[in-house]
Design a protein around this ligand. Structure first.
Ligand code: GLU
Length: 368
């Protein structure tokens, strides 16, 4: 059986605190000791740790502050350094070094910053240091936030080319219905396509402490498996959970990696927020999904959003299902003028020409 080489462990606030108002150190020691054993076997480990805001609140003794972004950032600033201090102390017991990486969306959206972040992660791993990643909550504004650490961990999986992402949470995995309300709810052991589970109602699955819920986890799992990583959602409270998932024991909900993962540059496209939507007709849908073709302006029926050439957009079919994500060759103002038009008319319509396609197939990722 093929062994994992590089794994990302995402630990939610509810796992780090076991649902209490403060860090659960014994729980953290268990996590650290499991990591230390795997590390000794040569496995490379990256931790995505939440908990900054919760720790900050606890350190400051839960002051009554207005519920503004600034208050949350203040908690994160206090909590993040404390959180790192605790991780550092615990890993030191095993003679291991950790390194803090704080990211925002801006650090991954630009191609050169993305590559830079990747190099930093690789440099740490080459020195056998364990990177501990969180969102840079203290300074990130709403526009540049990734928002939740599920999403962040998927980005890190892509960045680091990891082959396993473990999402540790306060639930044993994904269920067919809400297990607190429905006694017949069953754990789903394996998901091979997000469409398989499209009819499960996940709206009540938000965890009480962290930011994400099952919906953000599924989205993260879907991204990460496209870059070639197996993803497992499992209970942080299960004994030896990391080692058991690493050993491929059937635990939690598993999303096997897709067998032909996206090439590296395409993964980066997936990390970028979408700035607009192109709605395409049936002919263009077939050209993209069945024949692996580029999207031509002729196949676009309408669009929404303001975007410039080089930005990432979503491509949707008539039923408004997102089919693909890609980088546009024309901005929205130009695209409005040339959509529905044959490509040989582009130059005379716009007075310039960036090529015959709206989105080139090399810049396009199918999401089906
Ligand atoms: N970055 C946040 C924190 O450390 C957590 C976000 C999340 O729960 O997903 O407090």
């Amino acid at each position: 059986m093929k062994k994992y080489k590089r794994i990302i462990i995402k630990i939610g606030t509810s796992v780090l605190t076991s649902g209490s108002p403060q860090l659960d150190r014994p729980k953290m020691i268990n996590i650290v000791s499991e990591c230390a054993k795997l590390h000794q076997e040569g496995v490379e480990i990256i931790i995505v740790s939440s908990g900054a805001v919760a720790v900050g609140k606890h350190r400051l003794n839960f002051p009554k502050l207005p519920s503004t972004v600034a208050s949350k950032q203040l908690f994160a600033a206090v909590g993040q350094s404390r959180l790192m201090q605790v991780w550092e102390q615990l890993f030191e017991i095993y003679g291991l070094q950790v390194g803090q990486i704080l990211l925002t969306r801006g650090d991954i959206e630009g191609r050169s910053r993305y590559l830079h972040a990747r190099e930093t992660l690789n440099a740490l791993l080459n020195q056998r240091v364990i990177p501990i990643v969180n969102e840079n909550d203290a300074v990130a504004t709403e526009e540049i936030k990734l928002g939740d650490n599920d999403n962040l961990s998927a980005m890190v999986t892509m960045l680091a080319d990891a082959d396993l992402l473990i999402l540790l949470t306060d639930q044993p995995g994904l269920f067919t219905a809400d297990p607190t309300k429905n006694p017949d709810a069953k754990l789903i052991e394996e998901v091979n396509s997000i469409n398989e589970i499209a009819n499960i109602d996940l709206s009540s699955s938000k965890s009480g402490l962290g930011t994400g819920g099952m919906i953000t986890k599924l989205k993260a799992a879907d991204y990460a498996r496209r870059s070639g990583a197996d993803v497992v959602i499992a209970a942080g409270a299960a004994p030896n959970v990391i080692t058991r998932v690493y050993q491929k024991e059937m635990l939690g909900t598993r999303f096997p990696a897709i067998s032909t993962p996206l090439e590296r540059r395409k993964r980066w496209i997936l990390t970028r927020a979408s700035s607009g939507k192109l709605f395409i007709d049936g002919g263009a849908e077939r050209a993209l999904t069945q024949n692996g073709r580029s999207l031509l302006p002729a196949g676009i029926s309408h669009l929404t959003g303001n975007f410039v050439r080089g930005e990432t957009i979503s491509i949707l079919n008539k039923n408004e299902e997102e089919l693909a994500r890609g980088i546009v060759r024309y901005g929205s103002e130009d695209m409005k003028k040339i959509m529905g038009m044959q490509s040989d008319k582009i130059a005379e319509t716009l007075g310039y020409f960036y090529g015959t396609v709206a989105v080139h197939r090399n810049d396009l990722i199918l999401l089906g």
